[in-house]
Write a protein of this length. Structure first.
Length: 303
């Protein structure tokens, strides 16, 4: 009998106790048995670590002792899994619930086709279980924008059942062969959070790595239907890191001109148009994020 590959599942937590426990509960029902779960905790203060150790003693817990962000926390888990000999590593957001066969579907695709280096599932909104949030990712290089394929669409089978190549897979659920991490490197910690998986996937594709969306692998994400852009913290990272992504991926001058013009138009609209008055509080955040990018401030936003 051929030995099945080991999958290390890295679940990162920062003060999301109930979400993390529900995520771990869904992982208990996976049909693929050759897995181990590693919880990386970024210095939570809500009792997550104690609850996990009590309710899920088989879950390995790593306490970082500080908030290292999405990049730093996951990098701790990735390196730990590599050191322990994992064949595949799955980054999994803690605010998700996975279908019982999700991991089996993704591993099956990668085992059947050695050219597939990275896979991502179909991700639905938790609040509307039939509505797609992501069926892979796409990059508009002309405008310097990234998109979730299928976002906001009801699933009517439009993406079929066969794996399809995409430009990136979201870090919400990213399964990667160990040799890809070894060749491409870990996540870029200068991002802290947001855009890091896009930059990493671009890096991987430039190494010749193939990324596919696996339609039959499914999960549900507790992301707001209204998105995250209206919260100052998220908007800061999305703004600064869009510029950082363009820099790290060596985007063209045309892309840079469009992007900076886009920010200028947005700032002006938020200032003069009454329908955008609920966004006016973000104008200062935008200017700070752009300023921090150009003055070299990376990593976690300084309060």
């Amino acid at each position: 009998m051929t030995q099945q590959p080991d999958v290390s599942i890295i679940v990162l937590n920062y003060n999301r106790r109930e979400d993390t426990l529900e995520c771990l509960r869904s992982l208990q029902h996976q049909t693929y048995l050759y897995t181990r779960v590693i919880l990386v905790d970024n210095a939570s203060t809500d009792g997550t670590v104690e609850a996990v150790r009590s309710l899920y003693p088989m879950v390995e817990v790593i306490e970082t002792g500080q908030n290292l962000g999405f990049t730093g926390g996951n990098n701790v888990g990735i390196q730990h899994a590599l050191d322990d000999g994992a064949d595949y590593i799955l980054l999994l957001n803690n605010d998700t619930v996975v279908a019982p066969d999700m991991i089996e579907q993704m591993v099956s695709v990668m085992e059947q086709d050695s050219s597939v280096a990275i896979t991502g599932p179909t991700i639905y909104y938790y609040e509307q279980p039939e509505m797609i949030w992501s069926a892979g990712g796409s990059i508009d290089w002309k405008r310097g924008l990234t998109f979730m394929v299928g976002e906001g669409e009801e699933d009517k089978g439009q993406f079929g059942t066969e794996p399809r190549e995409v430009e990136f897979a979201t870090g919400c659920a990213l399964m990667v062969r160990r040799d890809v991490w070894e060749q491409v490197g870990l996540l870029d910690d200068t991002f802290f959070m947001y855009y890091e998986e896009v930059e990493w996937c671009v890096r991987a594709r430039r190494h010749g790595m193939k990324i596919v969306h696996v339609p039959m692998a499914m999960m549900w994400h507790k992301i707001s239907l209204q998105g995250r852009e209206t919260t100052p913290g998220a908007y800061y990272y999305l703004t600064r890191n869009r510029l950082l992504f363009l820099s790290q991926s060596h985007a063209s001058l045309q892309t840079w001109l469009y992007t900076l013009g886009d920010y200028a138009r947005t700032w002006l609209s938020w200032t003069i148009k009454p329908k955008w008055q609920d966004r006016r509080h973000l104008r200062g955040v935008m200017l700070r994020a752009i300023g921090d990018y150009y003055t070299g401030k990376r990593g976690r936003m300084m309060v």
